[in-house]
Design a protein around this ligand. Structure first.
Ligand SMILES: [Fe+2]
Length: 477
């Protein structure tokens, strides 16, 4: 069987676990479905369809203890990474740092990695509980503080997430305090729920307790009733230092069999897709798992009928040198400085209906980057594209949603470009920075036949995101 990797989950290391779990749960409507409490860390698994975030909060930073833990990585312990905005002492920061890949044959992947001199950062282990077992190890990526945990699940594994994580289905808590008290106890094999007194691997209220549940009101493990329709991870964007993209692509080609592809006809094979305006200077390159190359440059389709339908797609973003005489601070360089070096810049979440998703998330309290100027939705902006696509400009403007048509897709004939190009488009929006101590943000994307990344909107998006980063940084200082 082929060693086909896909994104199993993405891990966020944080200093304030409850706060970040609550942002994802309350504002972005994720469900808390599993938790773990080990000697060195508390961990929560949040899920929305195939989108899974693992939030990790360290209790100990002792290297030896962390190394013994089956799952925990200290995201601040990065050899050779220049934490360039750190002063005298290492300050603990938040970071989205681990793209966990599920593979069919972990030994085969490790053999391949070994061929290129890549050794596991955490050695291969078999972790088991009553739900089954998995093989797991972790490797350090060539990008900044990015790691990849590898997971091979036993075919008969029937747990909610991974062995040693306790499934949370309890509905009997009615207050936030009780919820966190319960979470504190997760991972122990003692009483897990302070009200219904359920014990064991699964916290589950049975039917006899339904009356009590109803009377007690809100289920704090569940997100709001709004179904955000977030379905899967669409792509992961790395911010890298100027000129570093080619070696990153080479590393992922060797290690994971990924392949670079050209985003559109404007991309230069050597220079990447260069986006340069008076105040924005970016270079993009993109790569996907090699499977995509077997069907030309179409990205692998996300099959929402299956679990683990996350496409393995990475975008590399690097800054351009400033224009001669310009004092403008490059957006990517600014991000690198705030993050402390290269890392995961943003993650795009796919949705089938971005308008209702954004509307619902705003109602839940999610905060998005500043909308583009009004001119964006006018005749001099994207109004013709919006109308040709049959989208309602009022709804897009009201929600700050951007559109990018694909008139320049690789392989298109001239007739294609005159014909149905505007029928292939994507809608996207960026959130404000998600974490208290990091500039990471999320993107929501709806693809209508489009395979690109919204390069036509990059300048507008980066201006609004940069304004949000500055505002958020001011809030926390
Ligand atoms: Fe993106």
């Amino acid at each position: 069987m082929a060693s086909f990797p896909c994104v199993h989950h993405i891990e966020i290391g944080v200093t304030d676990g409850p706060r970040v779990v609550n942002i994802l749960r309350k504002n972005f409507t994720f469900d808390v479905v599993a938790a773990r409490n080990s000697k060195v860390a508390r961990q929560w698994l949040l899920r929305k369809h195939d989108t899974r975030y693992l939030v990790t909060c360290l209790k100990s930073t002792q290297k030896e203890q962390i190394q013994k833990d089956d799952y925990v990585i200290d995201w601040m312990d990065v050899p050779n990474m220049t934490r360039r905005d750190y002063s005298q002492e290492i300050q603990r920061k938040d970071s989205v740092f681990n793209v966990c890949l599920q593979v069919d044959n972990i030994d085969k992947v490790l053999d391949r990695l070994g061929t290129y001199g890549v050794r596991p950062f955490k050695n291969l282990k078999i972790v088991s509980d009553s739900s089954g077992s998995v093989k797991t190890c972790a490797i350090k990526s060539c990008v900044g503080d990015v790691y990849h945990t590898l997971v091979e699940k036993d075919k008969s594994y029937r747990g909610a997430f991974l062995p040693d994580f306790k499934e949370i289905k309890c509905s009997c808590d009615s207050t936030k305090d009780i919820f966190w008290n319960k979470m504190e106890k997760c991972g122990d094999s003692e009483v897990l729920c302070s009200i219904c007194s359920n014990t064991g691997d699964t916290i589950l209220c049975d039917n006899e307790r339904n009356d009590r549940i109803t009377n007690l009101g809100t289920d704090f493990t569940k997100a709001s009733n709004t179904d955000s329709t977030l379905t899967s991870f669409d792509h992961v964007a790395f911010a890298v230092e100027m000129g570093k993209s080619p070696e990153v692509i080479e590393w992922y080609e060797k290690c994971f069999g990924m392949r670079r592809f050209l985003i559109n006809n404007e991309e230069d094979d050597n220079k990447g897709l260069v986006l340069s305006t008076d105040d924005v200077g970016l270079r993009l390159r993109a790569m996907e798992y090699w499977k995509c190359a077997e069907t030309g440059l179409e990205g692998p389709k996300v099959d929402n009928s299956k679990t683990d339908g996350n496409r393995l797609s990475f975008v590399l973003v690097e800054g351009l040198p400033p224009h001669p005489g310009s004092n403008a601070i490059n957006q990517v360089e600014s991000w690198l400085s705030q993050h402390g070096g290269p890392g995961i810049n943003h993650i795009a979440l796919a949705t089938g209906d971005i308008k209702s998703t954004v509307g619902g998330l705003k109602q839940s309290g999610a905060r998005f980057a500043n909308p583009p100027p009004a001119a964006y939705y006018s005749e001099i902006g994207r109004l013709p594209d919006i109308e040709k696509a049959g989208e309602d400009v009022g709804v897009l403007r009201q929600n700050g949603i951007l559109i990018d048509t694909e008139a320049n897709r690789i392989g298109d004939t001239e007739a294609d470009q005159k014909g149905d190009a505007t029928e292939r488009y994507l809608l996207q929006i960026f959130t404000e920075p998600l974490l208290p101590k990091d500039p990471f943000f999320m993107e929501l994307i709806q693809r209508v036949g489009a395979t690109g990344f919204g390069s036509g909107n990059v300048a507008a998006l980066y201006r609004s995101v940069q304004a949000s980063i500055i505002r958020k940084a001011q809030e926390f200082t």
